[in-house]
Design a protein around this ligand. Structure first.
Ligand code: Z5A
Length: 226
């Protein structure tokens, strides 16, 4: 019997948070930092085979179509259950078609949103049953959890202000402020319950300070994974 390589399965790092928290900006900065810091070279010596950046919703061609339906404002109101099932469908396709094969091949995956968004937005935000959401997340992922979720936490008013300034308004950004406050509580509850997997980052700091806080967490995790 052969001993599996310790990093045969890669790692899934997810960037999460409410509107305008800066996670997409930070994900790009971390991609660059991985190379500049020399960490990527070290990780390849430890068995990681490639880097992959992806997102939910919309991580594959088919998922792009689901993303379009989910985020485009329409005359007909989408029910919360329809929304939940569409996010689950997007995730099932993304996991089977992209995440799982990449991780099995030893990739380091950086993903913009994943299962914790469903708990926060559809669970705490829309008020759907958390047990049902766990079940659906389990079906959609086949049990594939993030190895690390970086929750970029930011005051709701500031985040919505940033999103507004950027000029992007989608169906969810248009929800009322109490919705956004509830989903922040959702992320806080996840960080409280699963502190090792979901780590809070203070996203109210300037760009460089937020990147430094993320780098500190990654430095430590990479050493742990070595
Ligand atoms: N959703 C869901 O409900 N359930 C689910 O299961 C999943 C998702 C998976 C995806 O939208 C939507 O789907 C999302 C949740 C829901 N809700 N909405 N709307 P998306 O992918 O189009 O967008 P997003 O995920 O909400 O994020 P984004 O648009 O990519 O923004 P961001 O990542 O939060 O922030 P950013 O683009 O990096 O930064 C926003 C602005 O702030 C930008 O102008 C930056 O230059 C600025 N910024 C960033 N950091 C700073 C700092 N530190 N200081 C000052 N200014 C900053």
């Amino acid at each position: 019997m052969t001993t599996p390589h310790p990093h045969q399965r890669g790692k899934l790092i997810v960037f999460e948070g409410g509107e305008g928290c800066g996670k997409t900006t930070q994900l790009e900065k971390i991609e660059a930092w991985l190379i500049e810091s020399g960490w990527w070279e070290k990780l390849t010596h430890q068995g990681f085979t490639r880097r992959l950046t992806t997102r939910e919703p919309g991580g594959t061609d088919l998922c792009q179509g689901i993303r379009q339906i989910l985020l485009t404002p329409q005359a007909e109101t989408m029910t919360s259950t329809t929304e939940l099932l569409l996010y689950a469908a997007d995730r099932a396709q993304h996991v089977e078609g992209c995440l799982r094969p990449a991780l099995e091949a030893g990739a380091l995956v950086l993903c913009d949103r994943y299962t914790d968004s469903t708990v926060a937005y559809q669970g705490y935000g829309r008020g759907l049953d958390l047990g049902l959401i766990d079940q659906l997340n389990g079906i959609a992922t086949g049990g594939l959890k993030s190895d690390l979720t970086l929750w970029l936490d930011l005051d709701v008013e500031i985040g919505l202000g940033r999103a507004k300034e950027r000029g992007k308004r989608d169906r969810i950004e248009e929800a009322d402020i109490t919705f956004h406050r509830r989903l922040r509580q959702g992320f806080a509850a996840l960080a409280e319950a699963e502190g090792d997997r979901v780590v809070r980052i203070d996203a109210s700091q300037d760009l460089g300070a937020v990147t430094a806080a993320i780098v500190a967490v990654l430095d430590q995790r990479f050493r742990q994974w070595a």
